[in-house]
Design a protein around this ligand. Structure first.
Ligand SMILES: N[C@@H](CCC(=O)N[C@@H](CS)C(=O)NCC(=O)O)C(=O)O
Length: 220
């Protein structure tokens, strides 16, 4: 069987998404850890944008974490990580897009900005995004189960969780907590953190605090 190789960096939340998808699918894969500060010569032959994650599957390459995860979903159909109904698949893609275009940029801007006004604006935006996820996604889609789509884990959970594993960096460097009243979100985070796949590759709070300190400048 053609094996998959994933080029990853342990610090990278995007690569984390695709490693989780591989683990949830139970696919055999080889992991190549890339030092992003000192990329191997010729890395762009593998990863045209020079970023992780990228996967090699036989002669083929796929990059961009959300696209990789959909490729894995289509290539390894069991266990399925997307709902079957077209409207729910559309919902899944809407929320994956929300992660990439709104949630992650607000998160990064809060952590990375050195300007206290920008941080304030990013914190407000991120808080609104969390409320929106609580009310428009989890409250409506998760029903009786703890995951995004209820009782079964899906690509949605894997798409967002890496940023929640790193939340300690926002708590420590930006005093930004997930509001306690967002109870669906708290339940979701707890349930995903207990998945075998998640636990298998989880890193400690100390690890993230140490590795992310340089991305979190002190406000000017
Ligand atoms: N949109 C990309 C983002 C990937 C990304 O930004 N990866 C970062 C690490 S978290 C990277 O490889 N940075 C190296 C660089 O830009 O030189 C995805 O979803 O895969």
């Amino acid at each position: 069987m053609t094996t998959i190789t994933i080029y990853s960096a342990v610090v990278c939340p995007f690569a984390h998404r695709s490693r989780l998808a591989l683990l949830e699918k139970g696919v055999d894969f080889d992991l190549v850890e890339i030092d992003l500060q000192n990329k191997p010569a010729g890395f762009t032959d593998i990863s045209p944008y020079g970023k992780v994650p990228v996967i090699k599957h036989g002669e083929q390459r796929v990059w961009e974490s959300a696209i990789i995860n959909e490729y894995l979903e289509e290539t390894f159909s069991e266990p399925s990580l997307l709902p079957l109904e077209p409207i729910l698949r559309a919902q899944a893609r809407i929320w994956i897009d929300f992660a990439n275009t709104r949630f992650v940029p607000a998160y990064s801007s809060l952590l990375r900005s050195s300007d206290s006004e920008q941080q304030k604006a990013a914190a407000e935006e991120l808080r609104n995004h969390l409320r929106f996820i609580e009310n428009e996604a989890l409250a409506k889609l998760s029903g009786d189960g703890p995951y995004w789509f209820g009782k079964s884990i899906s690509l949605l959970d894997l798409t967002y969780y890496p940023w929640f594993e790193r939340w300690t960096t926002l708590e420590e460097y930006r005093s930004f907590q997930i509001p306690a009243e967002l109870t669906y979100l708290q339940r979701w985070r707890q349930a995903v953190s207990q998945r075998e796949s998640v636990r298998e590759i989880a890193n400690s709070k100390e690890f993230y605090l140490q590795r992310y300190a340089r991305f979190a400048p002190v406000p000017m």
